[in-house]
Design a protein around this ligand. Sequence first.
Ligand code: URP
Ligand code: ZN
Ligand code: ZN
Length: 461
Amino acid sequence: MSGLLIKNGEIITADTRYQADIYCQDEQITQIGQNLEVPPGTQIIDAAGKYVFPGFIDPHVHIYLPFMGTESKDSHSSGSQAALVGGTTTFIEMCAPSRLDDALEGYELWKSKAAGNSACDYSFHMAVSKFEDKTEAQLKEIIADGISSFKVFLAYKGFFGVEDEELYKTLNLAKREGVIVTAHCENAELVAQLQAKLLAAGKTGPEYHEPSRPVSVEAEGVHHFATFLEMTGAHGYVVHLSCAAALRAAMAAKSRGVKLAIESVIPHLMLDKTYAERPNFEGAKYVMSPPLREKRNQLVLWEALRNGFIDTIGTDHAPFDFVGQKDMGKDDFTKIPNGIPAIEDRVNLLYTYGVSRGNLDIHRFVDAASTKAAKLFGLFPRKGSIQPGSDADLVIYDPSYRGKLSAESQVMNLDYNGFEGMEIDGRPSVVTVRGQVAVRDGKFVGDPGRGKLLKRQPQRF
Ligand code: URP
Ligand code: ZN
Ligand code: ZN
């Protein structure tokens, strides 16, 4: 493959900002500087007036997801191309076999779904949905295959949700093996009881999803997980933290020395619970867990993001059509498939409502949307960085672009967009995947099967 030169751009990373050219060869960045001498035949991209960011990393997506009696809509092909159009060059997908499935078979199934079908690089967090005699040996095999993070669900009783004994065993194994454990933190029993109570009172609409999983239920989940981390010494990561109460529980744990990182997701930063209260069942589009919260929580999340208490911003991309899937819960909100898709829109929304509107420092933006995830999940400096030796995953970003998000123009394979009509103040002009152009001005132009499964090593935190 011929080399690629990106000229005249302003390089912006998590900690630096400067004008320089970047030369990429054999999938990696090989030189950064002024007036670089490059071989004849080099492809040249002029990035004048644009930012050059490291490829963004989404640490929490669901692409293949059999869940709540249906399957998520995106394939690895549509999901990865949507990711790239939005500037995400690597995602970490939840490999989520249920309690009824065999973990190793599940892992092989997820790998087979992605192999050859993803346009961008990817890895998996391996869900531990039960812990039986063979689990330790199976998980060690999966770690040896390059997966150095687990996922546990404290919610979804009987499907993904683990019992406390299983949680304890998972965290002990993780501690021994140098694996970080990501966790969905909501108290499953309380959710089940509150759902039953609301349904019995005839409260069946999507607006009752939030009252069935109030902030205290999430805060209890975070405290519960953190206490188990404290007792085992394992390193944890709370996914999709949605509210001030849960943040307080996480910060209290951190302040007593628990090794805990915090992720929030773009729907919780951008949307509040009034969206799930929209009439004519439209609220179903906005049903996810933990639920969208009262607006005042957003201010707290943005502030925590600014000051670094929130480490990363992901999406929790979980795409289910409004017609034919979300409407499975027309008469019972507990049957609405949970999820608000955002893999395509995360970076542009965070840039627009964070950086462009003066709510977020540009370096913190790069950190939260790329670099911190790379560091936490064993991908740094291969990903999340612009330096010689890093993969040439680059986002040439046009801050002068103006547009609106819409289902009509999106690449995600879905019949709605949860951020419909929202303005964006920038977008990727060119995106590269290991030195090859994959996106130009909102269109995927790359190799649909270029993505590789990234091998990640266990870490000593
Ligand atoms: O509503 C959500 N979050 N759907 C996907 C499954 C999960 O809990 O992450
Ligand atoms: Zn979750
Ligand atoms: Zn999720």
